[in-house]
Design a protein around this ligand. Structure first.
Ligand code: TXA
Ligand code: MG
Length: 547
């Protein structure tokens, strides 16, 4: 199929082309249409065959419903029932504009369009050319974003052509999109209304009209395997470039410094304009000035798409805060990253201290933790958490089984079998660590939140690999417990009944004392008696907890 691109920047003088596009729609064809948010892949929403063709061209799963585009609130009653007053209030204030409302649907909207749901998403886009096409077609236009399913959305006609060339008859080029992220989706069938997708209309603006709005879990976090979001589309991996993406939240200067410390030359960086000069050896894509979220929204999809034209394999992205358009920009970046987010500044409601404890085996971390527990600090021992998750987390078991096959036996993990698979194979070992660290970090976060809600004075996180994990950035202080190698060796031998040679090998395989000293804020040497060590620990932790 040949794909024709019609350049229609405005309505005046282009009436004939607009009529031609409307005719394609009326006849059941597909037309890519410009909107203020992103380009849409449009068809007659009431024509099942035409709607089926949209799913086909996008490669979209059929349970993911489409939204319908109408010329104004006067069409709401045609396709929806029980329309609440709030819908009219919102339309009055924000239509045409980047707001989609979920409302109970009438039977004339086909199942194919709504994915079988008894609700339908309705929006009036703010683009004169597309509004004219809808009016001329005389039917609502169903339109998902015009990208191939899973790819970043298209904010200009060229990007649409890249994804849809040869698959659809027509693309209307109405210029670059003014907003750049998709519409905000608000479910008005529940009380309070629920935000299903943050987008071009800020949450705060909607709340000013309808009061409290609940935010769906899928907006801010990753769904657990099997969890169903209210907007079916939120469950799919989205907007993802081919490279692995890591998102940084927190102060711009701090996140830029983090990227500099972690990126390898030739890596990709999506950063605020101010920081581009820090990355001369990288492929940078500026997102706009740090304070200019409107510009960041316009550029975010471009940034994600452009890296697919390079051979970059890792991308670090700076992320704005969650207010205004920041919620939508951050959501798109985080989804592209599969929610791999490093939070450099955790906003705490309550002044709880987070103490990171690390050091090699046998140095005395457990004694230090005992002191902290007596001081009423919550202890999060990552090793213990890992063993608990192996027993209790079906998701972790599934992830391990998917990668390594059936490594479980009647009473839990078959350590020997797993060990044989990974210890000779560095790639496999790295994957094992990445899988388990991901789950352990998530659990650590959950328990930190609980400790905060319970107003604990502090949390101590204990992990041998703390300094290599992103959890280190959550810690207010990092404390290394150190002891001479021969002392550690003796302790492990006594504790675990192992040979001297085996104990030495373990000690030698770990990072040395200097590494821990260089990377931590404090060092607690455990080179004398237990009493001396306890006294030192009490003194240090008292100071840390009561600055
Ligand atoms: O800005 C936009 O909204 C763009 C432009 C083209 O208008 N359209 C767009 O459509 O982003 P799409 O299909 O890419 O995203 C629509 C989202 C999907 O996640 C879908 O699951 C959700 O809306 N959705 C559609 N109908 C729904 C319904 N009845 N209930 C809940 N979620 C719905
Ligand atoms: Mg989409």
């Amino acid at each position: 199929m040949k794909t024709n691109v019609y350049n229609i920047p405005c309505v005046r003088g282009h009436e004939a082309e607009i009529e031609a596009a409307a005719q394609v729609i009326r006849e059941g064809g597909l037309v890519a249409i410009p909107t203020e948010t992103v380009y849409g892949l449009g068809a007659d929403a009431l024509n099942e065959a035409a709607v089926a063709a949209i799913y086909e061209a996008k490669g979209r799963p059929s349970d993911n419903p489409l939204i319908i585009h109408v010329p104004g609130a006067h069409w709401l009653e045609r396709y929806c029932v029980d329309v609440p007053q709030a819908a009219y209030d919102l339309a009055e204030k924000f239509w045409p504009g980047p707001l989609t409302m979920i409302l109970p649907r009438k039977d004339n909207v086909p199942d194919r369009t709504t994915g079988g749901l008894n609700t339908v998403g309705v929006r009036c886009p703010d683009h004169p050319v597309t509004l004219a096409i809808i009016e001329a077609a005389g039917v609502p236009i169903a339109a998902p974003s015009a990208n191939t399913s899973g790819r970043p959305s298209c904010t200009n006609a060229q990007d649409v052509l890249e994804d849809m060339n040869g698959k659809i008859p027509a693309i209307v080029d109405g210029g670059p999109c003014a907003v750049g992220v998709e519409s905000t989706i608000l479910d008005l069938t529940v009380t309070p209304p629920q935000l299903l997708r943050p987008g071009g209309m800020p949450l705060e603006a909607l709340e000013a009209v309808v009061g409290e709005i609940a935010v769906d879990h899928a907006v801010t976090g990753q769904l657990k395997p099997g969890e169903k979001p209210r907007a079916p589309g939120m469950k799919y991996r989205h907007y993802a470039p081919h490279a692995k993406v890591t998102v940084l939240t927190g102060d711009g200067a701090e996140t830029a410094a983090y990227i500099r410390a972690h990126i390898t030359p030739g890596g990709g960086v999506i950063c605020f304009d101010e920081y581009v000069k820090l990355f001369p050896d990288c492929v940078t894509h500026p997102l706009g000035a740090e304070g200019d979220k409107a510009e960041q929204a316009r550029r975010v999809f471009d940034a994600l798409r452009e890296f697919d034209h390079t051979d970059v394999t890792e991308i670090y992205a700076q992320c704005p805060d969650d207010t205004g358009l920041g919620l939508a920009i951050g959501n798109r970046l985080k989804k592209a990253a599969g929610f791999h987010v490093v939070n450099l500044k955790r906003e705490r409601e309550h002044p709880m201290k987070i103490i990171g404890i690390t050091g090699g085996t046998g140095a005395g971390k457990t004694s230090a933790l005992n002191v902290l527990a007596e001081m009423n600090v919550e202890i999060l021992d990552c090793d213990v958490i890992y063993h608990q998750l192996i027993q209790t987390s079906q998701a972790l078991r599934t992830a391990l089984t998917e990668r390594f096959g059936d490594v479980f036996c009647a009473d839990g993990l078959d350590r020997q079998k797993l060990g044989n698979l990974v210890f000779q194979n560095p790639d496999a070992l790295a994957q094992l660590n990445a899988i388990t660290m991901g789950f352990v970090e998530e659990e650590v976060h959950a328990r930190m939140k609980q400790a905060e809600a319970a107003h604990r004075i502090g949390v101590a996180i204990d992990a041998i690999g703390l300094l290599e994990s992103d959890v280190r950035y959550e810690c207010d202080v990092l404390v290394a417990i150190t002891a001479p190698a021969e002392v550690r060796c003796k302790r492990i031998m006594a504790r675990e009944g192992i040979s001297e040679e085996y104990a030495w090998n373990r000690v030698k395989a770990q990072k040395d004392e200097r590494y821990f000293k260089e990377n931590c804020d404090y060092v607690l040497p455990n080179d004398s008696t237990e009493d001396v060590f306890r006294a030192r620990a009490v003194e240090l932790f008292t100071k840390v907890l009561n600055p």
